[in-house]
Design a protein around this ligand. Sequence first.
Ligand code: MTE
Ligand code: HPA
Ligand code: MOS
Length: 760
Amino acid sequence: MTDRGHASAVAHVTGEALFVHDQAQRDGNALYGWPVQAAHAHARVLHIDEGPALALPGVRAVLTAADVPGTNWIGPARHDEALFPDEVQYHGQPVCWVLADDEATARAGAAAVRIDCEVLPALRSLDAAIAAGSFHTAPQAIAAGDVAAALAAAPHRFAGELRLPAQEHFYLETQAAYVRPDGEGGYHVLAATQHPAETQATVAHVLGLPAHRVTVEVVRIGGGFGGKESQASGVAAVAAVGCARTGRPVAIRLDRQRDATITGKRHPFLAKWRAGAGPDGRLVAFDVELCGDGGSSLDLSKAILARALFHVDGAYAVPALRVVGRVARTNLPSNTAFRGFGAPQAAAVAEEVQDHVARALGLPPETVRERNLYRPGDRTHYGQPVRDAERIGRIWRELLASSRFAERRAAIAAWNGAHAHHKRGIAITPVKFGIGFTTTFLNQAGAHVLVYRDGSVLGRHGGTEMGQGLHTKILAVAARTLGVPESGVRIVSTRTDQVPNTSATAASSGSDLNGAAVAAAARELRQRLLPHAAALLGCAPEAVEFAAGSALGAGRAVPFAAVVEAAFLARTSLAATGFHATPGLHFDAAAGRGEPFGYFVFGAAVSEVEVDGCTGQHRLLAVDVLHDVGDSLAPAIDRGQIEGGFVQGVGWLTCEEVRFGPAGELLTRNASTYKLPGIGECPAGFRVATLERATEPGAVFGSKAVGEPPFLLALSVREALRDAVAAFRGPGPVALDCPATPEAVYWAIHGRPDAEPPAD
Ligand code: MTE
Ligand code: HPA
Ligand code: MOS
């Protein structure tokens, strides 16, 4: 473990950290690109008049499909996105791009381009797509047990519908790429992409080049949150087309409005459920239909739906569970990966059902939740044993105790009795999150580690640094494996010409996969150094230990650098590659059976809120978290991930609202109209603890993934709000819209006067 903070912390704070656009500006000779965006949600492009743009001084080119040397079709799973479309699929889609000497001129040029369109009918909502039978995928299903029979036999039956909203990524660095000719017929792409290998492949296909002519490099990303897993590649491909056409370096950096209107968001979902329970609230049957809004192209929607299917159980065992899901196709920006990747939407449904059942039966929600938790020996609906399920119960009991839940429940009841217009609510919700890409082959990573004659170490791996602290963790892994101080190791930028064919840094697996690959390379080097250390120390190789910058053995110590020098003089290779493929993963999609995950991350959160009944406004008074990170590689970073993930989840569930206008145009396209969580939405008291005795045997130094699972802890806030609403309303289930904005909470308390018909 490392006790240092983020390796780039100082550079982030001082502004010295270089991002893509900084590099372009430093070089100073790039052309800048700006999109010409469609003004219709669905339209055929009849004519593009570039003349007025080209007449502007400083405008160098208008890029259209005619400039694409290779294929115009991109997309991570299905190549169904036209880089330069002749049929517009959503309002704001870039139709063509203007290149100019500076951004302001490119922007003026883009405003001058005239596009003639034939407007076509558009599907501007999930409901409209479902009604029209517009889907990207066939239904996918997973089932365990006989749900129909279990429902029919259940003592109590319940049903409901829940809509889960979109969410804008709002990474601080907007989508950006900077492409330079390498002077040898190839291209160097500096990109803010979570998936350098896919960006490389996309650029190569669009330029009609073999992959070895395209190098993608990522120094750091100013936040990705999934939004740069697939959707960073399009911007890089346009810049590459511009570079190929003009022979000049080309930089593209979207501004916030362009980014928000062009790129996809978290998938909205519609969930319809039926559940059967015993009188004690234990679920005996759960039947769910999920429909995700994929937007205009497939993107990663199928895998996102799959992760939703895998997480609709929440942390609860149900003997008979059936889930069927489908991805709808709308004329909206293509929705994409976002922290949790479908699991938050699914887990929200699981918690909705727990709360509904509890309140319908007049039981405390925490009692019903506890009764339904997975226990040792249980399997999920897709047949994977819930290994370490004892941790769920352990976390639950420890958190109830440390948060003084029972005491606070009683105090809140008393407080509510004394306050007519304000009520408080409290809730505890569990998390179970499967770690690993559900697409099995993606669970691989490569790395290489070089040792120089002075004993300094340079490491490179396939993962990207997006603020989550991956490089900091990898530094710790390399240093620990070689027994050198962290100051003796440097982790450098991710490059496709150094480590090939890597997976996206996603699915929270960055440190698991790349950490294991770096550890493998470092172990290989240690093996090669051992005989030289043994010779210097005068002991057997098995007796040598590397620690704190020295080789130790026979009661003596020699500096690491001296061992390296001896190995070098003996003509030893001091460069090693490492590779990791997670063992034991398999999933049969047709059967809906297998073990798609290496392990599960567990956690739980207690949230307490106060609601103003006159306005629906609410405050998050206190949050207690107990979360499982295994043996942390970097406790300060893991804490940041837990807090940051939680607050991002609070934003999704309580204040962020993505809204489109009647023409399918995004209305919430800037921080002025899109309410992000600010300091006011952060809990007044935030107590975060990590689970003790939590070593993860298969993973690097016993650590567990941390990036996404804490997002789901925020469901406790939604459930606490519902608890407060119940205090106004009295017994019985509480319908609460998502996000639970003040308006939504207000209507949950007072009831909507009359449901308006949907806009479509
Ligand atoms: N933390 C920061 N600061 N910035 C990010 O963009 N992305 C999240 C999470 N935490 C993100 C973040 C997402 S969606 C994932 S999948 C993981 O980090 C990816 O990194 P890891 O696999 O190295 O944890
Ligand atoms: N998570 C994140 N990204 C992915 C996944 C996943 O499970 N599968 C493919 N891309
Ligand atoms: Mo994260 S949504 O897997 O990039």
